[in-house]
Ligand binder design. Structure first.
Ligand code: HEM
Ligand SMILES: *[C@@H]1O[C@H](CO)[C@@H](O)[C@H](O)[C@H]1NC(C)=O
Ligand SMILES: *[C@@H]1O[C@H](CO)[C@@H](O)[C@H](O)[C@H]1NC(C)=O
Ligand SMILES: *[C@@H]1O[C@H](CO)[C@@H](O)[C@H](O)[C@H]1NC(C)=O
Ligand SMILES: *[C@@H]1O[C@H](CO)[C@@H](O)[C@H](O)[C@H]1NC(C)=O
Ligand SMILES: *[C@@H]1O[C@H](CO)[C@@H](O)[C@H](O)[C@H]1NC(C)=O
Ligand SMILES: *[C@@H]1O[C@H](CO)[C@@H](O)[C@H](O)[C@H]1NC(C)=O
Ligand SMILES: *[C@@H]1O[C@H](CO)[C@@H](O)[C@H](O)[C@H]1NC(C)=O
Ligand SMILES: *[C@@H]1O[C@H](CO)[C@@H](O)[C@H](O)[C@H]1NC(C)=O
Ligand SMILES: *[C@@H]1O[C@H](CO)[C@@H](O)[C@H](O)[C@H]1NC(C)=O
Ligand SMILES: *[C@@H]1O[C@H](CO)[C@@H](O)[C@H](O)[C@H]1NC(C)=O
Length: 328
């Protein structure tokens, strides 16, 4: 009697451990160095090609970082942003907020190399997450945050979903928080990740209402620094200019640093969505915190890890795309 009860206990425990093992092996979630056995050079290849490309084009980190953000906010980080439109389907990359999405060729170059080295192993979603990190890290000559891997690629990409999920530059604090909360990201993540605007550019038409016609009376946005507004008016001459771009972090738009937050405090956030971070006490406290030396980089890495885990496909879900622009 006692013996069979012990047997039962041992068998139950073994079954439980086996199930746990299966779950871990099938990749229930992301992990460190997922390709260690299946493609040991994968992360090195991504870094080498990304650094080679960034060395000759300093605008790429902003492109790849934003592309990863857009990927994760629409259907999770599943490389849906990389899919081309087809006869039947307008893909994410052809939605209006695509404005300035670029760097697809870098992902394609990395994917081509990886398909030669270890065919069918490394997902486009992981390549994008790694390349975004590596591109930003080039100026520091070391990885700036940890990227867990094991994402799989989705088969669906929809322009309509991109429009519905990518936050707009005219969002206020309430709608920004709602957008991030819908991705399980916090107030802290919202403020910290907005610091990505320390690199890159924005098109005039996305903020020139703040310069010329804020309330429809030919006025400017009172929450925009008037010196900065005058400077911006010299760059953006009309409300409808959708071709000129300006640096989001004036005079430092190629350097990943925490200037975004000190600029914000001087009322030099370019978009209404940037300025909105000062309209909430909790958010503006976090802005102050990010100005303290060293804080931003640590926090950014942690929030990127959370962003990089949104709605991921793992295990046998999705696929490993052969070509990042088309489903298999
Ligand atoms: C908080 C909500 C956000 C809004 C409303 C927003 C909006 C925008 C807009 C309108 C642009 C300019 C696009 C253009 O004119 O071409 C832009 C650029 C950019 N965004 Fe955001 N963004 C947000 C969050 C993020 C996050 C979370 C990241 C990354 C972690 C990010 C990274 C970037 C980068 C790097 C650029 C520069 C792109 C370039 O230089 O081409 N943004 N964003
Ligand atoms: C487009 O849709 C039609 C009808 O639903 C289908 O037969 C065709 O294969 C689709 N083409 C592509 C490229 O998906
Ligand atoms: C962005 O979308 C427009 C249509 O709204 C399209 O003509 C353009 O090719 C797209 N740009 C990119 C980089 O996909
Ligand atoms: C750098 O990359 C961006 C984005 O792909 C591209 O638009 C630009 O033409 C490139 N610049 C140079 C000098 O190659
Ligand atoms: C924020 O924007 C939403 C949607 O446009 C609007 O309904 C809401 O009243 C705005 N909130 C504030 C505090 O302005
Ligand atoms: C957010 O978390 C909830 C509860 O854990 C989960 O059901 C949902 O899928 C998550 N959403 C995203 C976009 O990850
Ligand atoms: C400013 O906005 C008002 C109200 O929307 C509009 O009637 C007017 O034409 C706009 N002015 C310009 C220069 O676009
Ligand atoms: C820019 O504006 C022009 C004129 O209004 C329009 O034809 C064009 O499609 C716009 N381009 C983009 C990328 O929105
Ligand atoms: C950028 O630097 C130049 C030269 O130092 C200076 O004249 C200009 O005012 C600066 N721009 C901004 C927006 O701070
Ligand atoms: C506006 O910017 C200038 C520097 O360009 C700065 O001296 C001033 O304090 C800023 N104004 C506000 C209200 O922050
Ligand atoms: C996707 O479209 C781009 C141009 O928009 C093209 O250069 C690329 O070759 C296409 N990729 C595939 C796999 O068709």
């Amino acid at each position: 009697m006692k013996g069979s009860r012990l047997d039962f206990f041992v068998i139950s425990l073994t079954t439980f451990l086996l199930l746990v093992a299966i779950r871990v092996c099938s990749g229930g979630e992301l992990r460190k160095n997922f390709y260690e056995n299946s493609c040991s050079q994968a992360e090195q290849i991504v870094q080498t090609i990304t650094w080679k490309r960034v060395a000759t084009n300093a605008t790429l980190p902003a492109k790849l970082l934003r592309m990863h953000f857009h990927d994760c906010f629409v259907r999770g980080c599943d490389a849906s942003v990389l899919l081309n439109s087809t006869a039947n389907n307008t893909a994410e990359k052809d939605a209006i907020p695509n404005l300035s999405l670029a760097g697809f060729d870098v992902i394609d170059e990395i994917k081509n190399q990886l398909e030669k080295t270890c065919p069918g192993k490394v997902s486009c979603a992981d390549i994008l997450a790694l390349a975004a990190r590596d591109s930003v890290s080039f100026q520091f000559n070391k990885p700036m945050w940890e990227v867990l891997t094991g994402r799989r690629d989705g088969r669906i990409s929809s322009a309509t979903e991109a429009l519905a999920n990518i936050p707009s530059p005219i969002f206020n604090f309430t709608t920004l928080i709602q957008s991030f909360a819908s991705k399980n990201l916090t107030l802290h993540d919202l403020v910290v990740l907005s610091g990505a605007h320390t690199i890159g550019v924005g098109h005039c038409n996305l903020f020139s209402n703040r310069l010329y016609n804020f309330t429809g009376k030919g006025d400017s946005d009172p929450s925009l620094n008037s010196t900065y507004a005058s400077f911006l008016r010299t760059k953006c001459k009309t409300l409808s200019d959708n071709t000129t771009t300006v640096e989001m972090d004036p005079n430092s738009s190629l350097t990943f640093d925490n200037n975004y937050f000190s600029n914000l405090k001087l009322q030099k956030g370019l978009f209404q969505s940037d300025a909105a971070l000062l309209t909430n006490k909790g958010a503006s406290n976090i802005v102050d915190e990010m100005i303290i030396a060293g804080k931003f980089f640590t926090e950014f890495g942690q929030s990127m890890k959370r962003m990089g885990a949104i709605g991921i496909l793992v295990g046998n879900d999705g696929e490993i795309r052969k070509n990042c622009g088309v489903v298999n």
